[in-house]
Design a protein around this ligand. Structure first.
Ligand code: PLP
Length: 392
C-alpha cells in the first residue's frame, strides 16, 4: 500500500482559473498590465474595507516598497520581531537600515510591553524623532507581523507609535481575512490599522497567485507612491510615458496579469477557506485535548482570525518525546510538518544586530511544531495526523 502523504500547506485552486489564464494567453496580456491586476487590487481593497490597493510581485517586494515610502533611510533603525519569517526583516537591510529585534508575547506577535519599555528606556525623543541612545541613530518604523493569522496588540502598538513618533508597517502576509471584533479597531482588517500593510499570495498562504503581494493603506498618497515605484517610477502623462521619463529610482515590482488572473478567482474562495481552516483547527484541538504535553496554541480573543497556520506547543516532559523527535517521526510517516522559524537575530546575516530582551521567543522557537493546515485537508486527514501523533 502506498504511504498516505499529507502536506503542510498547499494551494487550493479552482478550475475557473483556467478560463482566466486562457484569456491572458489569447489576448497577450500576460505581463504587468491587464484587467485582472486592477480587478484583483479592487477586490482586495473592497474586502478589507479600503478604497485602493497596489499589487506587487511578492509580499517581500511589497514590504520593500512600503518601508521606503514610510521614509526609512540608510543608517536608520527599524524595530522588528525576531520570531517571524526572514522576509519581514530583509527589506530593512535592502534600504541600508538596521533592525532592532524584539521579543514576542503569547500571541507569538511582538510584545508591546517590551516595545514600550525599549522606546522609553533605551531611546530619547528629539527634533529628529526617536533616537536610540546606544547608537545615536534614528528609529524610524516598527514592523509588526500578524503571525499565523493571529493579530498583534495594535491598540498598544499604535499608542506607542504615536507617543514616540514612529511609523508602523503591518506585515499582514499571513493574516489576510483576520480582523478585530472588539475594541478600538472592531471591524478593521489586518493590514489596515497602521500606516501601511502588506499581504502575500505565495503558494503556501491562505490564497495564492503562485507568488505575489498587495500593498494597502488608508493614505492614498502612499498608495500613489507605491503604484509609481512598482512600475520603475515611470511617469504616466502621455508625453512622459512615450519618452520614458522616470522620476525616481523605482522597481519592476508590479504583479503580472497572469498572477492576478489567479488572484481574482482565489478571492472568491477566501471566506470558505477561512471556514475550513477554523473547523480543522477546532478538530485538532478536540482530537489532541487528551494528549499530555501537547497544546494547540490559541488565537487571540476579540478577533476573527483566519487560522492560517496551526501551532502545537510540545512539552517534552509531559509528552515524553521532544518536538524534533515527534517532527521526524511524523515526516517518516508521510506527514509534512515543520518547526517554527529559527529566530532571526541568531541567523548569520543578523547575528551582530541589536536585540532587546528576547526570552519568550526562544522558548517558542524550541517547542512549536506546525502541522498540516491546507484548505483542502479533510476532517479524516486531521484525525489521521492526530492518531499518528498519539501512536508512538
Ligand atoms: C510569506 C511571508 C512574507 C513574504 O511574502 P512573499 O510573498 O513570499 O515574498 C513576509 N513575511 C512573512 C511573515 C511571511 O510569512
Amino acid at each position: 500500500m502506498e504511504k498516505k502523504q499529507i502536506q503542510l500547506s498547499v494551494p487550493n485552486l479552482n478550475m475557473d482559473i483556467v478560463d482566466n489564464l486562457r484569456e491572458c494567453i489569447e489576448t497577450g496580456w500576460i505581463s504587468t498590465g491587464g484587467r485582472f491586476i486592477t480587478e484583483f487590487e479592487q477586490k482586495i481593497a473592497k474586502y478589507v474595507g479600503l478604497k485602493d490597493a497596489v499589487s506587487a510581485q511578492s509580499g517581500t517586494a511589497g514590504l520593500h516598497v512600503a518601508l521606503r515610502i514610510l521614509g526609512v533611510k540608510s543608517g536608520e533603525e527599524v524595530i522588528v520581531p525576531t520570531l517571524t519569517f526572514v522576509a519581514a526583516v530583509n527589506p530593512v537591510k535592502y534600504l541600508g537600515a538596521e533592525p532592532i529585534f524584539m521579543d514576542c508575547d503569547d500571541s507569538l506577535c511582538m510584545d508591546a510591553v517590551k516595545l514600550e519599555k525599549f522606546c522609553r528606556e533605551e531611546c530619547e525623543l528629539d527634533e529628529k524623532g526617536l533616537v536610540n541612545k546606544k547608537t545615536g541613530k534614528r528609529v524610524a518604523v516598527i514592523i509588526v507581523v500578524h503571525i499565523f493569522g493571529n493579530l498583534a496588540k495594535m491598540e498598544q502598538v499604535m499608542d506607542i507609535a504615536a507617543k514616540y513618533r514612529l511609523k508602523v508597517l503591518e506585515d499582514a502576509t499571513e493574516a489576510l481575512g483576520s480582523y478585530y471584533t472588539t475594541g478600538r479597531y472592531a471591524g478593521k482588517f489586518s493590514g489596515t490599522i497602521s500606516d501601511m500593510g502588506v499581504y502575500s499570495f505565495n503558494a503556501n498562504k491562505i490564497i495564492t497567485t503562485g507568488g505575489g503581494g498587495m500593498i494597502v493603506s488608508n493614505n492614498q498618497d502612499y498608495l500613489d507612491q507605491a503604484r509609481y515605484l512598482t512600475i520603475t517610477a515611470k511617469n504616466t502623462t502621455p508625453e512622459d510615458a512615450l519618452y520614458f521619463v522616470h522620476g525616481e529610482v523605482g522597481y519592476n515590482y508590479r504583479m503580472l496579469n497572469l498572477q492576478a488572473a489567479l488572484g481574482v478567482s482565489q478571492m472568491d474562495q477566501l471566506e470558505s477557506f477561512i471556514q475550513t481552516k477554523m473547523s480543522n483547527y477546532e478538530l485538532y484541538k478536540k482530537e489532541l485535548s487528551d494528549v499530555n504535553g501537547i497544546t494547540i496554541l490559541p488565537f487571540e480573543s476579540g478577533i476573527r482570525a483566519n487560522h492560517w497556520f496551526y501551532s502545537l506547543y510540545i512539552d517534552e516532559n509531559g509528552f515524553g518525546e521532544s518536538r524534533d523527535d515527534l517532527m521526524h517521526r511524523l515526516i517518516d510517516r508521510g506527514i509534512q510538518c515543520r518547526p517554527i522559524w529559527k529566530l532571526i537575530h541568531i541567523l548569520d546575516p543578523y547575528k551582530d544586530a541589536q536585540s532587546y530582551q528576547v526570552e519568550k521567543a526562544i522558548d517558542y522557537a524550541d517547542h512549536i511544531l506546525n502541522v498540516p493546515c491546507s484548505t483542502n485537508l479533510s476532517a479524516e486527514d486531521v484525525k489521521y495526523v492526530c492518531e499518528q501523533i498519539k501512536l508512538r
